[in-house]
Design a protein around this ligand. Structure first.
Ligand SMILES: NC(=O)c1ccc[n+]([C@@H]2O[C@H](COP(=O)([O-])OP(=O)(O)OC[C@H]3O[C@@H](n4cnc5c(N)ncnc54)[C@H](OP(=O)(O)O)[C@@H]3O)[C@@H](O)[C@H]2O)c1
Length: 206
């Protein structure tokens, strides 16, 4: 299977690319700059291309550009993406005097992305820290994915299971993306307060 990571030159996309490449998945890193894509891709042993060329012929597109650029990037790539499923990993956060908070009181980045592409959009992976992903051990946490399309969600969950020692969990419809995106603010706050790199584990499974 072929996964394209738009904005894969960033810490998160690069770490995903390295993990999946190690698991035998065909990964292409995308960038606005093909030379940067080639450089970063070579460092993790995958191929690199412009975002537009990377997303063509992929079976899943991970939208891993800076969160503030996610919606515009999805709009710009919509024709090249076509009906391919998109995994949105973005969170819309504000830094305030009181701390890092969720920027939205309704909707989500993922739902806005879904409004500009033709294929199904799922949202997830927000709680997986890039720095931990870049190491070799599986992350000691669960990975959550929400979305309205069962097949796209299964794809993102199967790929997510390759990253963690915990569970890859179906987190419901795409409207739950607001909760997943908002949880990032909580985790970043906890990290800052307790000087840790926190992750998510749901209990109650026997
Ligand atoms: N970092 C983490 O621990 C982590 C964890 C979970 C989820 N995420 C999510 O993963 C995504 C990427 O995170 P990151 O830390 O890797 O971000 P990042 O390094 O800030 O950005 C990733 C890439 O986005 C591209 N980019 C930057 N500005 C852009 C613009 N205006 N238009 C189009 N592309 C632009 C750049 O690629 P080019 O310049 O090469 O085009 C950059 O390498 C974010 O949505 C973040 O919330 C991150």
């Amino acid at each position: 299977m072929r996964v394209a990571i738009a904005g894969g030159t960033g810490a998160f996309g690069r770490a995903l690319a390295g993990r999946w490449h190690g698991a035998g998945i065909d990964v292409v890193i995308g960038s606005r700059d093909p030379e940067r894509a080639a450089r970063q891709a070579a460092a993790v042993g995958v191929s690199g291309a412009t975002n537009e060329n990377a997303v063509r012929d992929a079976e899943l597109v991970v939208l891993a550009v800076q969160s503030a650029a996610a919606i515009d990037t999805a709009r710009g790539l919509a024709d090249a993406i076509g009906s391919t499923p998109v995994l949105c990993v973005a969170s819309d956060l504000h830094v305030t005097k009181e701390g890092i908070v969720a920027a939205r009181s309704e909707g989500s980045v993922a739902e806005d992305v879904a409004a500009v592409v033709q294929g199904p959009v799922v949202s997830g992976y927000q709680a997986l820290p890039a720095a931990q992903l870049a190491r070799s051990e599986l992350l000691d946490e669960d990975v959550l994915v929400c979305g309205d399309d069962a097949e796209a969600k299964r794809l993102a969950l199967d790929l997510g299971q390759k990253l963690v020692s915990g569970r890859a969990l179906d987190a419901g419809p795409l409207s739950n993306a607001r909760a997943l995106e908002g949880m990032t603010a909580v985790i970043l706050h906890v990290n800052r307060t307790y000087k840790v790199v926190a992750g998510l584990r749901l209990t109650g499974f026997s």
